[in-house]
Every structure is written in C-alpha cells, then in structure tokens.
Design a protein around this ligand. Structure first.
Ligand code: ADP
Length: 394
C-alpha cells in the first residue's frame, strides 16, 4: 500500500536504512578509490558523518520547508568537515564531486527499490517531488563540502606561493656565499706571487665551495621535484621495508666509511602511499643518522623501526645513537638552511646545508602526516614520523 504522502514513507524507510545506505556508498567508493573506507575516514566520528548526512536528508524529505537543510548548521558543519578532510588527503575536486554524485545515485536507486517493494506506484507528481528534494539536499551538502574544499585549496596555493618566494630568496642568498668565495679564489690564483702553500689552500677552498654548490643544487632539485610532482604523485601499495632497503643500499658506502650499522626492523608496515616522497623522507632522515654518528662510540647504529600511533595511523621511527641535537635547536632544525652544530669545532667537518630536515618535513606534510624529534646530546636522536590519514595499512 502506498501512503498518501509518498515522501513521508520514503523518509521513514531511509531513516531506518541509513546505515545500510552508508555502507552501500562506502562500497561504491571502494570501487572508485584504491583504499578502504577506514583510510578515507580515519576516525569513528568522521566515519559516522555519512550515515548522519543520510539521516538528515531523510528528515529534509519530510520537512515541507525548502530552506530546512540550508539552515541546518549542524549538518552543514559535518559536510564542511568532510571538505576539510578530503582536502587534507589531497583528494581532487573531481573526486569529491563524484563522491556526492554516487551518493545521489544510491539514494535515487533506493527510492526506486522502495517503490517496487511497496508494490504500487505513487502519483508521478509525488515521486518527482521526492527525487528532486533528494537531489536538492545532496546538492546543498555537496556545495558546503566543495566550498570548504576550494577555500582550503586556495589557501594552500597562496601559502605555497609565499613559501616559494621565500625559498627563492633564501636559496639565492645561500648561493651567494660559496660563489663569492670562488670568485675570490679565482682572483687569488691569478696572483703572480702565489706560493705553493697558498695555492694548495686556495684549491682546497675551491673544492669545498664547489662541493657545497653541488650539494645545494641537488637538494634544490629534490625540493623542485617534490613540489612539481604535485597531484601526479605515484600512489601505490608498497612495503616500507622495501623502501628502507633501497635507501640503505644507496647509503651503504657512506655508512661503511663511518662504521655505522643500518638496522631495519622486520615488522615495518605495508602502506598505500606516495612512494617517491616516502623514499625522499627516509633518505634525508637516514643519511642524517649516519652523518651525525658519534665517532667516540665503539658501536654506532642508525635504525628504522615501527611504532603504533594512538589514533590508529602508523608511526615509523628513525633513530640513532649519534651526537644528538642541542635542546635549544630542536624547535628550529626543520627550518630551511638551519644547522644545529655550527658552533662545534669537532663536528665542523660534517658537510651539510641545512635543507634535509626541511625537505623531510615537506614530504611528511604532503603525505598528510607529522614529524617529531626527540634527542639527547651525547646519546642520540629519534625522528618519529606519524602517517595518520591517507595511508592504508594492509
Ligand atoms: P644538514 O644535515 O644538511 O645540515 P638538515 O636539515 O638535514 O641539514 O639538518 C639540520 C641540522 O639538524 C643538522 O645540521 C644537524 O645539526 C641536525 N641534525 C639532523 N639530524 C640529526 C641527527 N640524526 N643527529 C644529530 N643532529 C642532527
């Protein structure tokens, strides 16, 4: 039997079935994305947003006031939160719109199924009203999501522009110093009275400064590559062990020269992640663990191990028993061109430009995570990488 108000019947059925409908939506999402719902909605409260939206749409079907859903701040706030979440996960605008399109499709299919289940046809005008109200509700919610998504996207672009300008300024400044030293050395070389000792010293300065410029250029290239890869990043299922082994292979010679053993835990997770950025992150952390090893210790190590994040994400620790970082420098070492041991004579031979950790920080942010450091001078350092959202544990 069809009720006189078809909208009420559907609204009631949708309310009863809102969790089943949310599951259908997740399943369709799975077909569109190479991740599980848990990876997109990392907490129970966010996972619960979808059934809540459906519940609200069902209430809207019943409510005769057209403006009801637009004025429902609680549900619009949830839709906006979804926009912020999908932005933090670097989803594309196309993807977000598609997700709502899928939701709309599922709800309309549900209406058709219900009509069949009831075994009678409502008047055409009533079914048109129900479907158009459904579409309107989905549109209002998707608009709220997209608005937040786009606002954050614009903010990110503005921040990136600002960072790029600052970076260009600092990079030019960093180039000037070794270039100035080289210019000076070239002038000295031309000097007719230059004796052997001074010539040797000048050549050593040339070598040092050229090496510095080579390192600087390599790091700048790494940064440009990282920012350039943007949305075209290769996201795939990969074992962190495989990435670490590859990084350790690249670093073998340097580690052997400093007598550092690279230890790789056997239980590192498998993630769906941007492989290039993950590798760049580990290259920078592991090479520091090797570079800043403590030559006064008989046993020296750099280790990569796994820890579980309290929020359900995963943590990877890169630790060493090296020279450690002075406490006063811990808050600034992630800034570009910052070095923590410049005033230590015994460590002045360690080459570096202070970009590695800034790159590592950029990588972790791009992966949607966070990096923390703990260090005790003379004992060692641990960098803890937390990847809370996008990566999927499999
Ligand atoms: P770079 O190594 O080129 O100087 P980074 O940005 O990689 O630049 O590191 C910044 C500074 O942080 C380093 O100069 C060093 O003083 C300190 N640092 C980084 N990693 C470690 C570590 N594992 N142990 C001790 N000090 C470290």
């Amino acid at each position: 039997m069809i009720s006189t108000d078809f909208g009420d019947v559907i609204a009631e059925r949708m309310r009863a079935e809102h969790r089943t409908l949310a599951t259908r939506w997740f399943e369709r999402l799975l077909e569109l994305l190479p991740v599980e719902a848990r990876a997109v909605f990392p907490s129970d409260s966010l996972l619960d947003h979808i059934p809540a939206l459906i519940l609200e749409i069902s209430a809207y079907l019943r409510n005769p006031e057209d403006e009801a859903i637009v004025a429902n701040t609680a549900i619009l706030a949830k839709a906006r939160e979804l926009g912020a979440l999908r932005h933090s996960q670097r989803a594309s605008l196309h993807q977000v719109l598609r997700e709502y399109q899928v939701l709309g499709g599922i709800l309309v299919t549900f209406v058709l199924e219900e009509m069949e289940r009831l075994g009678a046809m409502p008047p055409a005008s009533e079914s048109v009203v129900v479907v158009s109200r459904l579409n309107q509700a989905v549109n209002v919610l998707s608009q709220a999501t997209v608005e937040t998504f786009v606002t954050l996207y614009m903010q990110t672009i503005a921040e990136q522009k600002e960072r790029l300008e600052e970076f260009t300024r600092i990079a030019a400044h960093e180039w000037r110093q070794p270039l100035g030293a080289l210019q000076f050395a070239v002038r000295l070389m031309r000097h007719p009275d230059l004796d052997r000792t001074h010539a040797d010293r000048t050549w050593a300065a040339v070598e040092r400064n050229v090496q510095h410029l080579v390192d600087l250029t390599q790091k700048l290239e790494a940064i440009a590559r990282m920012h350039g890869s943007g949305d075209n990043a290769v996201v795939q299922k990969v074992s962190v062990t495989a990435i670490v082994q590859e990084v350790a292979r690249q670093m073998r010679e340097m580690a052997d020269a400093r007598g550092v053993e690279i230890r790789i835990a056997e239980d590192l997770p498998t993630l769906i992640v941007d492989v290039g950025r993950h590798e760049l992150l580990l290259v920078n952390l592991l090479s520091n663990a090797v570079k800043y090893s403590d030559q006064a210790k008989t046993e020296r190590y750099a280790a990569v191990s796994r820890a579980d994040a309290p929020e359900g994400g995963c943590q990877i620790a890169v630790s060493d028993n090296g020279v450690g970082i002075p406490a006063h420098a811990l808050t600034v070492i992630f800034h570009r061109f910052t070095r923590a041991h410049v005033d230590r004579e015994d460590l002045s031979h360690i080459a570096g430009i202070g970009l590695g950790l800034a790159i590592a920080d950029d990588c972790v942010r791009a992966l949607g995570g966070r990096i923390d450091v703990r260090s005790v001078e003379g004992e060692g350092t641990t960098f803890l990488v937390t990847l809370p959202n996008a990566p999927q544990r499999v």
